[in-house]
Design a binder for this molecule. Structure first.
Ligand SMILES: Cc1ncc(C[n+]2csc(CCOP(=O)(O)OP(=O)(O)O)c2C)c(N)n1
Ligand SMILES: [Mg+2]
Length: 739
């Protein structure tokens, strides 16, 4: 660990450098260029503020006061080589990396040609694939875990260079649609504000980067405020540097971020440390915020004039101008000339941007999902090829859902070196020497579904993560953005919530919000559901509708072993992010066991299965309710001759409307059955659609059977009363059939 600290209030660091005239390695030309970027950045802000007041743009977020640190980072790192997760104040950084002012104004007007998002995101939400500037969102801090995943992917690829290759034969998969590149000494830069360092995701990211010695530069641009909340109320002790100083493997810098030369030196040292593979770096840059938080904020409400005056003394643009004059690098004329050139350039850029066309309203759903690989298509419809027989020629016992999920993971890992598996307890044993000396057998997940995979594929392809769900999903998202295929595990659905920010605001939005500039296809496997007799509230819940409510996320929920294998393979090979829900009760159930279907068996998403054909009543369900509904339907047929058509949706987003509609047209009665709580559940949407679109075909109201609107309880008597049982299904079917 190395630490370098300069007094934040210090005078221009280049005073010392003056003697050598090297300015920490920056040439005079680079210093002029740095000033040009800084001045341009400030003037773009000023222009945007004007445009907002004229109602020609719709939002403004300034980078004022953060220009020096941004330019310094941009000069110390390599554009199109290193990777960047810059937050909204990093306008000067983006300019230094090659973003054009015109492109920034296109963001403001929300133009179709805005390369960041095509009018979908606010300005200052940077995304420029060719420059390796990865699409940024608005939640404070959610980018940090992804940056860690991005760095992780770079290092993985440098150890597995063959993984970059795209197979030319075999059935197509997501690899055909992603250009993957890496550099052995690449760095990932991520920035955040002082306020954002209070987010848990920041600490999860710091921990993960330190554990993995990952080449990430964390840059905290500390302007002393998070909107109106000052740093001493935000950060215990008032100094983030002090708080993070205990993280091992880090290089630390604390610098006056209004000084481009000192900031450049700090980034140079940080970058050297990261490129050498020693670990991550932390740059704490003290900056100012001369304008209010945004145009929607008025800082005079909480900052007195005297304080704002004090900040103004440290304005990086003025200070750098004075520095250039003092050093004789530019004279008054030179400064005037440069500023005139910038003004002229910006005028042209604004005029052009104001003429740019807005996006077409019909395009709003474009790029929610891969435009290249349709997950419902016949590409993913391949037959099961059962070849297994034992040596004496007898049939091999059918496999459980757990067996076939493990087999599918193993097959896919063999086929695709980009797949990595991580999560809590998924490894066989993190202390590899225990395995090597055969002291232990290995764990492989709390449900043992990843058992043996670490031993077979190595500990950089299958490993335990820290106990941090946001980190699991955020890191997977960053890795997938770079072209890896993380297949991660959330141990219990009940504990998915720390990852909710990543699952709602990040992973499924990446392709849409970047207008197809970036994508992050990965698989989140989640153990879900009850009927466990003793699982209770925190090991038994469902809640799939919360995720099917998210555009951009595929959600599947198999009810049997064969479907689990076919759907999981599709999930792994497809080009969209997938939430793969595995019902714990079904893992080793005797219902729905199947023979191993071969290493290429796939089921397209959005194709339901008719479990049992019937003419009198349609039951639409999925997951662990399927065997219960089947039992109820068989009883009803035995006792009353009612023939129920039972539909297993298998995938919930997309879902198979055609099969539902065809069935209801035949039976004229529909019951939707699901394990989740009744109200606002997944079945409510299906019931509403049937009522809306098939009203003329119905001879009875659409009914639902689901869990009571409460939590799942521990005592089995209570659990039985809460979750839908075969008898509840039987009674509902009987009533509806005779309506
Ligand atoms: C998760 C989340 N919570 C709240 C907000 C609203 N918000 C936007 S910026 C901001 C303050 C950020 O302060 P800081 O990290 O210090 O960055 P600065 O704006 O000062 O550069 C807040 C609260 C948000 N965007 N995301
Ligand atoms: Mg701040």
């Amino acid at each position: 660990m190395a630490t370098s600290k300069t007094d934040p209030k210090l005078a221009m660091a280049a005073n010392g450098a003056k003697k050598s005239r090297f300015y920490e390695g920056l040439t005079r030309e680079q210093l002029i260029q740095a000033y040009r970027f800084m001045y341009t950045s400030r003037r773009i802000d000023d222009r945007e503020i004007l445009l907002k007041r004229q109602q020609k743009i719709f939002f403004q977020m300034s980078g004022a006061g953060h220009e020096a640190v941004g330019v310094a980072a941009g000069l110390a790192l390599k554009t199109g080589y290193d990777w960047f997760y810059p937050y909204y104040r990093d306008r000067a950084l983006c300019l230094t990396l090659g973003v054009q002012p015109y492109q920034m104004f296109l963001q403001g007007v929300g133009a179709a040609d805005d390369p960041s998002s095509g009018g979908r995101q606010m300005p200052s939400h940077w995304s420029y694939p060719a420059l390796h500037i990865v699409t940024q969102s608005s939640p404070t801090g959610s980018q940090i875990l992804q940056a860690v995943g991005c760095a992780d992917a770079g290092r993985y690829l440098s150890h597995h260079p063959n993984a970059v290759q795209v197979p030319t034969s075999g059935s197509p998969d997501y690899r055909q649609f992603k250009t993957v590149s890496f550099q052995n000494d690449e760095i990932t830069y991520v920035s955040l504000g002082d306020g954002t360092s209070s987010e848990g995701e920041f600490w999860e990211a710091m921990n993960t980067a330190a554990l993995g010695k990952l080449p990430v530069i964390f840059c905290v641009e500390d302007n002393g405020y998070a909107i109106s909340v000052p740093v001493e109320v935000q950060t215990a002790g008032g100094s983030i540097s002090r708080l993070v100083s205990g993280f091992p493997n880090f290089h630390f810098e604390e610098v006056d971020g209004t000084d481009p030369v000192a900031s450049y030196a700090a980034f140079r040292r940080a970058a050297k440390y990261c490129r050498a593979g020693h670990g991550p770096a932390f740059v704490h840059a003290h900056v100012i915020r001369p304008y209010s938080h945004s145009l929607s904020d008025d800082e005079r409400l909480y900052r007195p004039e005297s304080e704002r005056e004090r900040d103004a003394q440290r304005d990086p643009v003025t200070r750098t101008q004075m520095f250039l004059l003092r050093e004789g690098i530019l004279d008054d004329k030179g400064i005037n000339q440069l500023e005139k050139e910038v003004e002229a350039e910006l005028q042209v850029a604004v005029d052009r941007a104001l003429e740019a066309l807005p996006p077409a309203p019909e395009s709003v759903t474009q790029f929610l999902y891969s435009p290249d690989l349709d997950v419902t298509s016949s590409v993913f419809d391949t037959p099961a090829i059962v070849t297994e027989s034992s040596s004496d020629g007898k049939k091999v016992a059918p496999k459980t859902m757990a067996d076939l999920i493990t087999a599918t993971l193993r097959d896919e890992m063999k086929r695709d070196e980009r797949i990595v598996i991580f999560g809590e307890d998924v490894a066989d044993c993190s202390r590899e020497e225990y395995l090597k000396h055969k002291l232990v057998k290995g764990k492989g997940g709390v449900f043992k579904l990843t058992f043996g995979l670490q031993c077979e594929f190595g500990n950089d392809r299958v490993f335990n993560s820290p106990l941090a769900e946001a980190a699991i999903v955020g890191r997977a998202t960053g890795m997938a953005t770079r072209g890896l295929k993380p297949v991660v595990e959330i141990q219990f659905f009940d504990y998915i919530w720390p990852a909710m920010m990543q699952l709602r605001d990040e992973l499924p939005t990446i392709r849409w919000r970047s207008n197809n500039g970036f994508s992050a296809p990965c698989v989140i496997r989640v153990a879900i559901g009850g009927y466990l007799t003793g699982g209770a509230i925190y090991h038994s819940q469902c809640g799939e509708s919360i995720f099917t409510h998210i555009p951009g996320l595929r959600v599947v929920f198999p009810s049997n072993a064969l479907d689990a294998a076919g759907l999981l393979r599709t999930a792994v090979r497809c080009d969209d992010p997938v939430l793969f829900l595995e019902h714990k009760r079904l893992y080793r159930e005797s219902y729905g066991r199947a023979s191993y279907p071969g290493p290429d068996y796939m089921i397209p998403f959005g194709k339901a299965k008719v479990v049992q054909a019937g003419t009198d009543l349609t039951v639409i369900s999925y997951g662990a309710v399927i065997p219960r509904a089947l039992q109820a339907a068989q009883k009803l047929e035995r006792e009353q001759g009612v023939k129920v058509e039972l539909i297993d949706l298998r995938s919930l987003n997309p879902f198979d409307w055609e099969t539902i509609a065809a069935s209801v047209a035949k039976t004229n009665r529909a019951l939707v059955a699901y394990e989740d709580t009744l109200s606002w559940g997944y079945g409510a949407e299906i019931a509403a659609r049937i009522a809306d679109q098939l009203f003329d075909q119905l001879d009875a109201p659409v009914r639902r059977v689901a869990a009571k609107d409460t939590f799942v309880a521990y005592q089995p008597i209570l659990e039985d009363a809460i979750l839908p049982q075969p008898n509840d299904l039987y009674l509902a079917m009987r009533d509806l059939a005779s309506y």
